[in-house]
Design a protein. Sequence first.
Length: 409
Amino acid sequence: MTANQSYVIVGASLAGAKAAEAMRDAGFDGSVVIVGDERELPYERPPLSKGYLLGKDAREKAFVHAEEWYGDHDVALRLGTTVTGLHRSAHEIELSGGERIAYDKLLLATGSSPRKLQAPGADLAGVHYLRRIGDSEALRETFAGGGSLVVVGAGWIGLEVAAAARHYGVDVTVLEPQPTPLHAALGREVGDIFAALHRDHGVDVRTGSGVTSIEGSDGRVTGVTTSSGEVVAADNVVVGVGVKPNVRLAEAAGLDVEVGIVVDEMLQTSDDAIWAAGDVASAWHPLFEARVRVEHWANASGQGKAAGAVMAGKGEPYAKLPYFFTDQYDLGMEYHGLVDAQGYDDVVVRGDVSSGEWLAFWLRDGRVLAGMNVNIWDASDAIKALARGRVAVSRDRLADVDVPLTDLA
């Protein structure tokens, strides 16, 4: 009885494409329309700073579905199209040319945008950001030319870009105002390990170092002035100082927004005809009994599927454990869990870091909040069990590689 209904997805993203897939898998037989401002098919972003940037993966590998999938599943794509308005009372979205598209149910999967560097010279040629597939292609061409690169920000994007640039033989300096790389995500203890990893691969990692200005000549970058007053020469600069959720449509339409679009455990907004998923969603998490907004691939994929199923009448509360991964040089890592606003009070490293295979756990009051596996691929299930259960553990037993993790759960 849904054949006459129309579901519209704003955001031709991973979350948007997975939502459309879930709608069809759940048996929804009405109209499904995906609207996105990029001209590319919906794609996944991890390859942009990993395999595709390194030149190891084909372009098509990034796409969520092949082009024919959309036709085969009767999903209409409106690519290269900007949504400028959301008219809730009329159940319509408005496009940049004035056209309106009606919906019975709407999903906002608008993602996030890079935070811009607020410093003189940030608009010079040679200053790059990495968010879209075209950005990755531009960086590939840039790195192939060699030269010197300054990376501003030692978060995940910054470090993956630094590793890719070293793969091409580029001289790399990383500037990070925090005491370690990944300080907000992993803290000092594990952040120091990542700093050592990059230094071992020839990267000049400078922590406690901010950016005062970008220097240039004839409109192009020549260097970066740090907070200490030193000028670091650079042929190119990549800025990776975080992202901000794209909430403009939601705010203008009067939806509840608190950093991200506020949704419940079913990913429904304050409007019962509108859902949100991915980077943009600040979702109530049943496990943590708090709002959680996650800016990683697995969350976009999982919430997209969940929202699509819920909209089609076959969903359930979204309660997956946050997950992210990285590949840098010969280090592959997976992280499961959540260190919430209360933080952690202990970090336990299990194994020999120098061997390249080890685990780390973040604890508070003796309970596991999160864990990560580095080049150990059979530990994920046990880590998830400890993190999901917030299991109380003996620190010494957790660190002892001879004690099976399954004996701690």
